[in-house]
Design a protein around this ligand. Structure first.
Ligand code: GDP
Ligand code: MN
Length: 382
């Protein structure tokens, strides 16, 4: 899950990475009060999980109370690339001599952590990578060995930072590495990492993605769940405890098991359709779970057909069929449904579905035929 900048900075502060003191607020008066407490000049920053806030008018300096009020008014409610600003971060403004870029992430192909450092910060790293790839100093860190100070120093030197910034950068990068590993992050990024005119190195921005699978090791990470930005469909699925990922297509998918759900997305694509989602209902396909899954799919206006792909294992075919029949009683489904039911007691399950079949509720013998039928019902052409 992605954190807001202020949450990332609060996490950095726990690892002793220097960040500016500040307060998160949600309305103009609170912003002004926070600015008065912090002391001018302050910077007001839109909290949205998208880059380029500066250019979009979401980052503004205020020298006094009148400016703080004016900027808070213009930023709260602002639409930045489709993200509406609800939270404003007010922090003590910094003087900037130079802007750098620093991050750690995972390089899956290398099976190592990847550190990236550049003297050209403050702009999107993708732009630097495109225009001047040599300006990014990369380092692979073996998780078993970790990152030692000598290696870190050589890396900072290779990046060509101002000599005045080297000690401070080494210190921050070692702490950032610890934050990345101990915090179970997938990404920690500081852009810009700044050198101030009085030679201090400081994190001016924070982008952090945490590994959802590691949340159980960090009970305090539960606080971030409340501020997660999910699209409406993902929120509805999350509330029902379903494993759901929204996609851009129009064939709604319900399958049991993550592997089968992924294979279902693939086969829909193979026959010329486009999946609207990934949805794994897990082991039990009872009426409760099936109802929840159908509700989530049904609320997606892009869905033109629904493909239910169930392979009975521990869950027997008749339980699945009863679950589907009961769910159809509870939810009025907008799109036609194609079912493929196989595995344990599939024949018994199909017999239960038989009397309910119609133009809008089809049963197909194989996964491939079901995918074709669902794509055709949605109007896909190959
Ligand atoms: P982003 O555009 O979403 O990445 O937001 P950033 O937090 O990186 O801010 C964008 C830019 O605003 C930075 O690169 C700085 O140039 C500027 N900025 C942010 N905070 C301060 C500050 O405290 N003082 C000054 N002078 N500029 C700042
Ligand atoms: Mn930034």
């Amino acid at each position: 899950m992605d954190l807001f900048e202020y949450q990332g900075k609060q996490l950095f502060a726990r690892y002793d990475i220097p960040v500016s003191p500040g307060e998160a607020v949600t309305d103009v008066e609170a912003a002004v009060a926070a600015a008065n407490r912090i002391g001018y000049p302050v910077v007001l920053k839109a909290q949205v999980q998208v880059g380029g806030r500066g250019k979009a008018g979401g980052v503004k300096l205020a020298a006094n109370e009148a400016e703080a009020r004016e900027h808070a008014t213009s930023i709260i409610g602002l639409d930045i690339k489709g993200h509406i600003v609800h939270i404003l971060w007010v922090e003590k403004a910094s003087d900037i001599a130079e802007e750098y870029y620093a991050s750690f992430t995972l390089d899956r192909a290398a099976k190592k952590y990847l550190g990236m450092l550049s003297a050209q910060g403050g702009v999107e790293i993708e732009v630097v990578a495109e225009k001047d790839p040599d300006a990014i100093a990369k380092i692979h860190v073996d998780p078993v060995d970790g990152l030692d100070e000598a290696t870190c120093r050589a890396w900072v030197q290779a990046a060509g930072l101002n000599p005045k910034a080297v000690d401070g950068a080494v210190d921050i990068l070692l702490k950032l590495y610890t934050c990345y590993v101990e915090g179970d992050a997938d990404l920690v990024e500081i852009n810009p990492l700044i050198l101030t005119p009085d030679d201090r190195v400081h994190a001016l921005d924070a982008k952090v993605t945490l590994d959802d699978s590691a949340v159980f090791r960090h009970p305090d990470y539960e606080q971030y769940d409340a501020t997660q930005v999910r699209d409406e469909r993902e929120q509805a699925a999350h509330e029902r405890g379903l494993q759901y990922v929204g996609l851009d297509g129009y064939v709604g998918i319900i399958a049991n098991g993550a592997g089968l759900a992924m294979a279902t997305v693939d086969i829909v694509s193979q026959v010329g359709g486009e999946a609207a989602n990934f949805l794994d209902i897990g082991g039990g396909a009872n009426a409760e779970v099936m109802t929840g899954a159908l509700e989530v799919i049904n609320n997606d206006p892009k869905v033109r057909s629904i493909f239910i792909n169930i392979f009975g294992g521990i869950t027997k075919g008749e339980e699945v069929a009863n679950g589907i029949v009961a769910a159809l009683d509870r939810v009025k489904i907008a799109a036609p449904i194609v079912i493929r039911l196989d595995g344990t007691n599939a024949d018994e399950g199909r017999a239960i579905l038989e009397p309910h079949l119609s133009e809008r509720l089809q049963l197909q013998p194989t996964m491939l035929e079901a995918a074709r039928a669902a794509a055709a019902l949605a109007g896909a052409t190959l």
